[in-house]
Design a protein around this ligand. Structure first.
Ligand code: TYD
Length: 145
């Protein structure tokens, strides 16, 4: 049976935007606008020019990334397919399921990457070896054949 590549589950999600002359407002509800309940929030900021973050995947964790300020690029990779996204608005974000290698780069000055996560921090959930990520996706695919 054909199984869609893991990378096809990654997607940009447009969020509600309440326009107001006093300033716009965007909100996110777990299991509503994004497909998981939110258990953790963290953010990347003061990223020096030319630096990159990420360089790993997760066994189970799902995440949602928003450029809360400024812009940056996210390169996603399931071991076979690669996609680059440019995030530069606060009213949409990028959903990343498990088993996706991610690299964040091209941070603009003053940018803030807001991350919503489906689980609390767990170092054991990290896949820091690219070949291991590739194998995990291949194994997941072969289970469905
Ligand atoms: P890491 O996820 O490797 O950062 P990035 O992928 O953005 O480069 O996290 C860097 C360090 O921060 C890691 O060694 C542990 C710590 N950390 C926490 O303690 N809690 C968290 O929720 C996160 C995301 C990281």
């Amino acid at each position: 049976m054909f199984k869609a590549p893991q990378i096809s589950k990654c997607k940009l999600v447009y969020l509600p935007k309440v326009k107001d002359v006093r300033g716009n407002l965007t909100f996110i509800e777990g299991d509503e606008h994004i497909p998981f309940p939110i258990k953790r929030v963290y953010y990347l900021y003061d990223v020096p020019g030319g630096e990159s973050r990420g360089g790993h995947a997760h066994k189970d964790l799902q995440q949602f990334l928003i450029a809360a300020n400024g812009s940056f690029d996210v390169v996603l990779d399931d071991g076979h397919n690669k996609e680059r996204y440019h995030l530069n608005r606060s009213y949409y974000g990028l959903y990343i399921p498990n088993l996706i290698w991610r690299e964040l780069d091209n941070f603009s000055s003053g940018s803030v990457c807001l991350v919503l996560a489906s689980e609390k921090y767990d170092e054991d959930d990290y896949i820091r070896d690219y070949d291991e990520l590739k194998k995990a996706n291949d194994d997941a695919n072969s289970l469905d054949i």
